[in-house]
Ligand binder design. Structure first.
Ligand code: TRP
Length: 450
C-alpha cells in the first residue's frame, strides 16, 4: 500500500529547530523548573538535572528522532514500521496515552497564564490593589467557571494551530513565537539581575549544597529533565517524522537540548534574584510564579509592564508545548483511523479537555478528592512525569540499543553515510548501558522499591 500524497513536514532546518524547541521549552522551564529547584534546594538539583540532560536527555532525544524519521509515522506507526510483528508498538501507544494526561494538567496551568495576562492588563499587580497576590491566586483557583473558561480558551488556541497543519501551523507559529519568547526572557533577566540583593538568588541557583540530595531529589531531577525535553512519550518521534532527510539529527538534538536547558537556567536567573531581592521564599511549590512573582512585580518599578511581559512569556511557552502534545494524538488519529485532520484535532482536544476539567477543578471543588494522598492534578503530574516518561525513555533506548539493528540506526544518523559520526560509539554505549541502567536505578529508588 503506497501513499502518494506528500506528507506534511518541516520545511527548513530552522523551522525544525524552532518547532522542537517550541515543544521542549514550556511551562516545564519557566513554571516547573524554578519551583522544583526551589523545593529541592537549588544548585545541587540544577547540577543533577544538568547531568541527566547530558547523559540521558540528549541520547533519548536523538533516539526518538531516529525512530520517527526512519518510521515516518506517528509514534505508534513508527514502531510498527521499525519492529513489525512485535509488541514494541505498545510503547508508542503508551506515549499517546501520556499525551492525554499531560495535555490535561498542562492546559490547567496554561489557562492560569491567560488569566494572569488579563489581570496584568487590568493593572491588578500595582501597589494600589488591596488583596495580596496569594489571596488573588487562591480566590481564582477555587473558582469553577473562570479557570475552566481560560483552560478552554487555551485549548482553542492549540486547536487552531494544529488544524492548520505541521508546516503552516506548527512550524510557522514556532518560528515567530520562539524568538519572541527569548527576547522577553532576556529583558526580564536583565531587569532582575540589576535588582539589589540579586546575588543571593544567583547563589541559591548555582551553588550546590550536596546535603540536600536524596533519592527523591534525584528522581525529581530525572523527571524534570524528561519533562522539560519532551522525551519519553513520542512527541519527538512524531516531530522527528517531520524532519527532512538531509537535516543533521545529532546537531538538532544537541542544539535543542542545550537551548532547552539554557532557557530553564535563564528563567531561574530571571526569577530567583527577584525572590531573594524582595525577601521571599523559593519554596512555594506550583504557586511560585503565580503568587511570589506578582508580589515582586507589585514592589518593582514598572512592575505592571514586567508582569504583563512575564505572563505573555509563560503563555507563549505553554502554547508551543501544548501543540506538540496535541499533535501526538492528532497524528495517531488521522493516520491510523483515516480521520480528517480537522476532526482528529477536535476529537483529541475534546477528550483531553474532559480529563482537564478534573485537573483544573482539583484546585477548587475537587480539592479534597484524593488518591494516594494526591489530588487529581498531582496524580496526573506524578504519573506522567515521574513514571510514564522515564519508562517510555527506558523502552526507547532499550529498543534502539538492543533490538533495532544498529547499522540501521547508524544509517539514519549519518544520513545514509553522508555525515560524519565520531560520536556514534559513545551514543551506542549510552543507549545500551548508561541510560537504561541510570533510568532503571533512579526509578526504582525514587519509587522506594530499592
Ligand atoms: N517540554 C514541555 C515543557 O517543558 C512540555 C511538553 C511538551 C512535554 N510536550 C511534551 C513533556 C511531551 C513531555 C512529553 O513544558
Amino acid at each position: 500500500m503506497m501513499n502518494h500524497r506528500k506528507r506534511d513536514g518541516f520545511t527548513s532546518k530552522f523551522g525544525a529547530y524552532a518547532a522542537v524547541v517550541g515543544s521542549a521549552v514550556g511551562l516545564g522551564n519557566i513554571w516547573r523548573f524554578p519551583y522544583m529547584t526551589g523545593e529541592n534546594g537549588g544548585g545541587a538539583f540544577l547540577l543533577i538535572y544538568f547531568i541527566f540532560v547530558i547523559v540521558i536527555g540528549i541520547p533519548v532525544v536523538l533516539s526518538e528522532f531516529v525512530i520517527g524519521r526512519r518510521g515516518r509515522g506517528n509514534s505508534y506507526a513508527s514502531f510498527v514500521k521499525l519492529a513489525p510483528k512485535s509488541y514494541w508498538y505498545l510503547v508508542g501507544l503508551m506515549g499517546i496515552f501520556s499525551a492525554f494526561i499531560i495535555l490535561a494538567f498542562y492546559t490547567t496551568v496554561s489557562g492560569w497564564t491567560l488569566h494572569y495576562i488579563y489581570l496584568s492588563v487590568k493593572d491588578i499587580f500595582s501597589a494600589t490593589v488591596s488583596s495580596s497576590p496569594a489571596e488573588i491566586f487562591n480566590e481564582f483557583q477555587k473558582g469553577t467557571v473562570m479557570p475552566l473558561l481560560w483552560q478552554f480558551i487555551f485549548m482553542i488556541f492549540t486547536v487552531l494551530i494544529i488544524i492548520s497543519g505541521v508546516q503552516k501551523g506548527i512550524e510557522k507559529s514556532s518560528k515567530i513565537l520562539m524568538p519572541a519568547l527569548f527576547l522577553i526572557l532576556v529583558i526580564l533577566s536583565i531587569k532582575t539581575i540589576s535588582l539589589p540583593g540579586a546575588m543571593d538568588g544567583l547563589r541559591f541557583l548555582f551553588y550546590p549544597d550536596f546535603s540536600k540530595i536524596n533519592s527523591n531529589v534525584i528522581l525529581d531531577a530525572l523527571g524534570q529533565a524528561a519533562f522539560s525535553l519532551s522525551i519519553g512519550m513520542g512527541a519527538l518521534i512524531t516531530y522527528g517524522s517531520y524532519i527532512k532527510r538531509d537535516n543533521n539529527l545529532f546537531k538538532t538534538a544537541l542544539s535543542v537540548s542545550l537551548t532547552d536547558m539554557g532557557i530553564a537556567i535563564l528563567a531561574g536567573v530571571a526569577i530567583f534574584p527577584a525572590l531573594f531581592s524582595f525577601g521571599l521564599s523559593p519554596q512555594q511549590g506550583p504557586g511560585l510564579v503565580f503568587i511570589v512573582l506578582p508580589e515582586v512585580f507589585q514592589q518593582m518599578m514598572w512592575g505592571e509592564i514586567f508582569a504583563l511581559l512575564f505572563f505573555i512569556l509563560l503563555a507563549i511557552a505553554a502554547l508551543t508545548s501544548t501543540i506538540s502534545l496535541l499533535e501526538v494524538v492528532v497524528a495517531y488519529f488521522s493516520e491510523e483511523f483515516k480521520m480528517k485532520r480537522r476532526n482528529a484535532t477536535i476529537f483529541g482536544a475534546a477528550l483531553a479537555f474532559i480529563l482537564g476539567i478534573f485537573t483544573t477543578l482539583s484546585f477548587g471543588p475537587l480539592r479534597n478528592a484524593k488518591l494516594f494522598e494526591k489530588t487529581v492534578f498531582d496524580n496526573c503530574d506524578f504519573l506522567s512525569t515521574n513514571i510514564l516518561l522515564p519508562l517510555g525513555a527506558l523502552f526507547i533506548v532499550i529498543f534502539l540499543g538492543w533490538f533495532y539493528e544498529i547499522d540501521q540506526t547508524k544509517d539514519e544518523i549519518t544520513n545514509q553515510g553522508t555525515v560524519r559520526v565520531w560520536f556514534f560509539p559513545v551514543f551506542v554505549f549510552i543507549i545500551r548501558f548508561v541510560a537504561p541502567l541510570a533510568i532503571f536505578l533512579v526509578f526504582l529508588k525514587g519509587l522506594g522499591i530499592i
